[in-house]
Design a protein around this ligand. Structure first.
Ligand SMILES: Nc1ncnc2c1ncn2[C@@H]1O[C@H](COP(=O)(O)OP(=O)(O)O)[C@@H](O)[C@H]1O
Ligand SMILES: [Mg+2]
Length: 127
């Protein structure tokens, strides 16, 4: 939910500076794909494909990308961002589920958050 909310926020931010015609020509897109990588891991990826976004906005600069999992890190205005969504997601995915959360993003080309979860785990790590 937090990853989706971020994708929606990022698209809203870009679209605030785009005309209706620009949006119509290059519509905003959030795609979700799931796959079983090797029967051990379920992978859920949220992708905003580069070809969907023609303007030069979107994505994250290196200094943002490196900090998105830090608690209270936000680039959003006061009252909108808490900076906790990615920090909590990271903690739940890595510590509770022994999974992986990775961010791939190119400035102007969108972002991809990859979630990997083990399909099986020891009871002690799941509780
Ligand atoms: N899909 C995305 N596109 C662009 N920036 C993102 C995306 N996901 C996360 N971010 C960046 O990571 C920061 C931290 O995200 P998060 O922890 O969810 O806090 P918040 O959404 O409250 O700012 C955001 O403020 C934003 O700068
Ligand atoms: Mg968020």
């Amino acid at each position: 939910m937090w990853v989706l909310a971020n994708a929606i926020d990022a698209l809203d931010e870009i679209n605030a500076n785009r005309t209706y015609q620009e949006i119509e020509a290059n519509p905003s897109q959030i795609s979700i794909r799931t796959s079983i990588s090797n029967s051990q891991l379920v992978e859920i990826a949220l992708a905003k494909p580069a070809e969907g976004i023609a303007d030069n906005a979107g994505g994250m600069p290196e200094q943002v990308k490196n900090r998105i999992f830090n608690p209270f890190f936000t680039t959003k205005p006061v009252g909108k961002g808490t900076g906790m969504g990615m920090a909590i997601s990271y903690q739940i995915i890595t510590e509770k589920h022994r999974g992986k959360l990775e961010c791939f993003s190119t400035l102007g080309e969108g972002s991809e958050l990859i979630i990997q979860l083990p399909t099986q785990q020891q009871v002690s790590t799941a509780v």
